[in-house]
Structures are given as C-alpha cells and as structure tokens.
Design a protein around this ligand. Structure first.
Ligand code: GCO
Ligand code: MG
Length: 402
C-alpha cells in the first residue's frame, strides 16, 4: 500500500487550521493536524515544499521508519514548524493503519486503560463574580475539572479572558494586539479568586490555573505557596521553560503541582523536567510534539518518573488532533487530564468526528482509525485569514512573555 497523493488543506472555519490528507494506492486515506497558531502557513509550506514530495511512493504502513526519515533525515530538525509537519504525517499514517486493521487507533496502542478521558474546561471572566457563574455552568454540564482565569484589577487586558462567555480565542487580530501586565497586581489577586471558588464549590472540584510563562521562579514559588490552601490540580507554565533547572527553585518551595509543555516539540525539551521530577504533568500534544509516535515516547519516559499526561487541547488544535489525543489518552497508563476547549459549530462541520463528551469525560470514536475526517467542500468555504497571538508589555512598556 503506497502513498500516491498528499494534500495540505488550509481552512478558517472561525479560526485557521492546517490539515494533511494522505491518500494510498488502495484508496484508504488518513488525516493529520498540522496547525501552529499564528504561524499556519509556515507549516503548510514546510509540508508542501519539503515533505509531501518525499512521501509519494512510500509504504504507508511504515510509521516508525517514516518518522525517523523525517526527523533524523532532516539536518535542520526539531522546532515547532518541523515537528508539527512530522506530526501531521505520523497522525495520518496511524489513521490509515487503524482503517486498514479495522480497529480504532487506541486498540493498536494497547487497548483502553480507562473508561473515559477526564477533561477540563475553561472558565474565563473579567471578574471573580462572573467567573464563579461560569464555573457553575461547567459543573452543570458535568465537568469534573475547570481552569480558572480572571481579569486582574488595575489591568485593562489580561491573558485568558475571553470576549465571549464560554468561548475564548486568543489569536484575535491580523497583527498582534498588545496586553498590559503587572506581576505585583496579579500575585495579589489570584489567591483571592481561588479562595472564593473553594468557598463556593467545595473541596472536590478539580481546579487549574494557567500562569502562561509570566513569572520568575521565585515569584512562581510565592504563587504556588499562596495557592496551597486551595489544592489546585496544577499551576500551569509558571515560568518560561527554556531554563529547565529553574524549576528546581519552584519545587523547593511549594507543593502546588506543576504542569508544563504545551510549547514543547520533542522529548529533549522536557527530558530534564521529567527525569528530575521537577513537574507533575507534561502538556505536550500530538500536533506540536511529532505525532502519536513521539508523544507516546514522551509519556513513556514520564511514566518512569511519576509524571502524568496533561495534553494541551485549546481550540487552535483541530478536531483531528483532539481525536488522536483521545486515543492516546485512553491507552497510556499515566494519563492525567486532557484540556478541552470545545470548537465552534463551523469547525465541527468541517471536521466531522465521532468523539463525544458525556458527564465530564470525552470518549474517542469506535470507528476504525481516528474516527475524524475533513469535509473538503465545507473547508473550501472558509479561506485563510491572517490571525496573530497577542504580545505582552509591562506597564512601563517593557516587552514581557506572553
Ligand atoms: C492553554 C494555552 C492556550 C494558548 C494557545 C496558544 O493552556 O490552552 O495556554 O490558551 O495560549 O493555545 O496557541
Ligand atoms: Mg496554557
């Protein structure tokens, strides 16, 4: 079964997505997500200029060998553009393998290790009062875990606060919008929010918070300590993760669990964090970390060191990535939690899928393969629109991490 064609499909049903569709000589095809928020066309070009020509004529059943060819075979390897392209090929080949075998992909990964995949939703609001009512909506829908973000008094705009109730899309303009940031205001405010949330919802609802790389290790240590009474499931991305040993300092000071990794692309990006047990959850994803093959390798390393999975699942990861993530989440022994932001109806129509939400859990499709497709006619109705993620400045104008 040879690869006879591969198409890169860019579409914007409310936001941009890049999808790779690989077609084989037997007529069976597979899909893979290649979306990199705000940098979509760079992955599309990497795929169509450098990867697709090398795929034609290859044996579609050789997933590992194709992965090694695209990773080791590229002198300029790693990085988000390259690894999202490799991921798309890998995911599409797993989809094909499942379809040929007549089995859902999780069966090829060893079968289910649990009954469903616990997911968390996003409660984002300008004020604490509003966020409490959003959390109540999620609880009503059956969610067992909620990420909580609010505006910070004294700051006009804050990361994670959507314009729309129950939906949030950070890539909000063709060129980056600018947000303002004050660590002092933020550190004072966040513990007051979680105190109210625990008071209102009691001790068992799982709560999470995303710091979005904005603190230094000692500031993050202070935040972690001040959140200890509210026993969060995790404090996410407390500091930029380039300096992995920086996490030792946070660890020495707080028992608040730490989740990191949505911007990681390879096992090398998280090796030290995992092997030194500096984090509790690794948030790498199928699309940005080299596909099912490589993410499985990361999770296996994590399992040896008491680190669980907590994959990124924002709306910029397409339903194709979400479908793939769910198969892996269901199979691995060290699953932790899966982010699930819910796509819009237009996105769902472009990507028909069989996974579904029930009572706080997502369940992958039982169809052979990934159980997700792309409707190319529907996709063609939504041409690409440039959209960028914001940038962040301190109140004196200094550029800060977003
Ligand atoms: C999350 C993320 C998102 C990112 C977005 C960037 O935890 O879901 O931090 O909110 O900002 O996915 O593309
Ligand atoms: Mg995040």
């Amino acid at each position: 079964m040879k690869i006879v064609d591969a198409r890169v499909i860019v579409t914007c049903p409310d936001r941009n997505f890049v999808t790779l569709k690989i077609i084989t000589s037997s007529g069976v095809y597979g899909v893979g997500d290649a979306t990199l928020n705000g940098r979509e066309l760079s992955v599309a070009a990497y795929l169509s200029e450098h990867v697709v020509p090398a795929l034609i004529g290859r044996d579609a059943s050789r997933i590992e060998d194709t992965w090694q060819y695209l990773y080791r075979g590229a002198y300029w390897r790693r990085g988000p553009v390259t690894m999202s392209a490799v991921a798309a090929v890998d995911t599409a080949l797993w989809d094909i393998k499942g379809k040929v075998a007549g089995l859902p992909v999780y069966q090829l990964l060893g079968g289910r290790s649990r009954e469903g995949v616990t997911v968390y939703g996003h409660a984002n609001a300008a004020s604490t009062d509003e966020v409490l009512s959003e959390i109540a909506d999620y609880v009503e829908l059956g969610y067992k875990a909620v990420r909580v973000q609010t505006g910070v008094p004294g700051l006009e705009s804050t990361y994670g606060v959507g314009k729309d109730r129950m939906f949030y899309e950070p890539a909000d303009a063709a060129l980056p919008t600018e947000n303002a940031w004050s660590t002092a205001h933020y550190l004072e405010h966040v513990p007051t929010v979680f105190a109210r949330v625990r008071e209102e919802f009691g001790p068992t609802l799982r709560l999470l918070h995303d710091v979005h790389h904005r603190l230094t290790p000692i500031e993050a240590a202070r935040l972690g300590k001040s959140l200890e009474p509210y026993h969060l499931t995790w404090m996410e991305d407390p500091v930029p993760a380039e300096l992995q040993e920086g996490f030792r300092l946070i660890r020495q000071h707080t028992t608040t669990p730490i989740a990191v990794g949505e911007v990681f692309n390879t096992i090398w990006d998280c090796r030290q964090l995992i092997t030194e047990q500096l984090i509790d959850y690794v948030r790498a994803t199928v699309v940005h970390a080299g596909g099912i093959t490589h993410l499985r390798r990361i999770f296996d390393l994590a399992a040896l060191h008491h680190v669980r999975s907590g994959s990124h699942g924002a709306t910029d990861l397409s339903p194709v990535c979400m479908a793939a993530a769910l198969h892996l989440d269901l199979a691995i022994p060290n699953f932790g939690l899966q982010e699930y932001m819910r796509h819009t109806p237009a996105t769902d129509a472009v990507f028909p899928h069989g996974y579904h939400f029930a009572d706080g859990y997502l369940h992958p499709s039982e169809e052979p393969g990934l159980g997700v497709d792309i409707d190319e006619e529907e996709a063609a109705r939504y041409p690409y629109r440039p959209a960028s993620l914001p940038v962040n400045r301190l109140q004196d104008g200094t550029m800060h991490d977003w």
